[in-house]
Design a binder for this molecule. Structure first.
Ligand code: FES
Length: 133
């Protein structure tokens, strides 16, 4: 399902759904430059929300939890990018993150990072896996 754009940015895609044991998949077609898709990961009996972005020709995935106070980044579902599409932004207090590695570049958690997840392309899908500690 595609949502209507509220500005000049491309339309956002809805939450992804397919899962396999140990992997969480979304259709690569749901992504594109400066676009994102959300995933729900079950880990140790808890549901953890994550998101995948396509950035600079590769995929990056993060847990959807701001290192500042732990809220999801997207107050509006699947809205992770800044207006210019060049950074990830936490909607709670405005922390700015590098899409390539999840580092906070500005805001109240400067120097902290989003929790990165392993991500790879598999045919028509993007596959996310919890990164071992
Ligand atoms: S909770 Fe994200 S910047 Fe404060």
């Amino acid at each position: 399902m595609t949502e209507s754009p509220s500005n000049n940015r491309p339309p956002r895609q809805s939450i992804v759904a397919r899962t396999d044991p140990g992997d969480w998949r979304c259709a690569a077609a749901a992504l594109g430059p400066s676009r994102s898709a959300k995933l729900r990961i079950t880990r140790a009996g808890r549901v953890v929300e994550a998101f995948v972005v396509e950035w600079a020709g590769r995929y990056c995935a993060y847990v959807n939890r701001c290192p500042h106070v732990g809220t999801p980044l997207d107050l509006w579902p699947n809205e992770f990018f800044s207006e210019d599409g060049r950074a990830l932004v936490c909607s709670t207090h405005g922390a700015v993150f590098d899409p390539a590695d999840g580092r906070c570049l500005a805001g109240p958690c400067l120097g902290d990072s989003l929790t990165a997840l392993d991500v790879r392309r598999d045919g028509d899908d993007v596959v996310v896996r919890w990164r071992p500690a």
